[in-house]
Design a binder for this molecule. Sequence first.
Ligand code: IPM
Ligand code: MG
Length: 401
Amino acid sequence: MENVVRNAKEHFEKLVTEQLARIERMKKAEDWVDYSTLKPLIIGVAPGDGIGPEITKHADTILKFLLEDEVQKGKIEFRDIEGLTIENRAKLMKAIPDESLEQLKKCHVILKGPTHTPSSADLASGKWPNLESANVSMRRELDLFANVRPVKVPEQGIDWIFFRENTEGAYVLGSRGIRVTDDLAFDFCVHTKQGTDRILRLAFDYAKKTGLNRVSLVTKANVVKTTDGMYLNMAKEIAKNEYPEIKFDDWYIDIMAAKLIDPARQSEFKVFVAPNLYGDIITDEAAQIQGSVGTAGSANIGKRYAMFEAIHGTAPRMVETGRIQYADPTSIIKASAMLLNHIGFVDKAKKLEMALDVCAIYEKKLVITGRDTGVTGEEYAKYIMETIKDPNLEAKWKSYQ
Ligand code: IPM
Ligand code: MG
């Protein structure tokens, strides 16, 4: 018994020491990179697993088309990131193999297809070993602290943007809980003042910069009092002292999950900010409201690096039933538009966003359903590409507004 308690204490002590050291690193963190000064600005492309390589290929083609001139002038360079596959990760027993991480760190921004995280069924059947999610690991290794996910349904007045904290909360020690005894299991949720401050500020700054003027915080601070309570208190302080012009409100995750589908409320919400796990849950819900998780893009932003990805997973069921070619590339193409915006190509991003709107919301000449009742991802990507090339794109898009 004494041993059991001592082991748990030692484990906890180690975690506390590591987190205190992480705080010191955060305090020293450098300022935001200025992409306009880089020559070349390097875009890494990591295809991932399952449907990943297929959908990433389409996004990659569209990005290279939009950035053709910049590539030719040597302003932008594309690089393929190798080894970030479940086969290689399992072989090396690494969430991200060292060589892949080294390649990633030489890039400035990354476009990433979904990567497989071994499930409990994979572990039970021995198909894959226990590996941490490559996503979670990359967000931590590259300190991509903000997960930014926009969701739009114009006909319902929905124009939302989520700022999900990406490096803390229930995730930061996700693989390092303690199974104290057969009967007793602990996991940890960690929030730091520095980590909370930087995500809150990013959300408030965005609301201010864009004139959206409303920020809604999502926690469960009535129950999870210490960590979520810190979020709530800090958000209230920042809102009151630094952004008095912005309307701030706070919600608990359960009622927010309900209000997101309340037609009377939907159009009121603008900017959301949430700790990691709640942000994970409500962004899937929001993406479903928009159509499906296949339709939302996701940006993972840090001060030094940024990674753009599809919000969904590798779709193993599509792979098993031979439907890879029908996978919807919209999510990763939206992520590519976010990438363009982030590195300063706002006009090109706008063009791509307009083309996506025209194809998916307004014109719908081709429809993708994930099966042979619709077109293939390749046909759909071609449709998007032709729409981008259409000289009347802007006029067409405006006519639908
Ligand atoms: C996401 C995904 C990931 C997460 C998984 C794959 C670990 O659901 O990006 O939202 O929970 O963050
Ligand atoms: Mg998720």
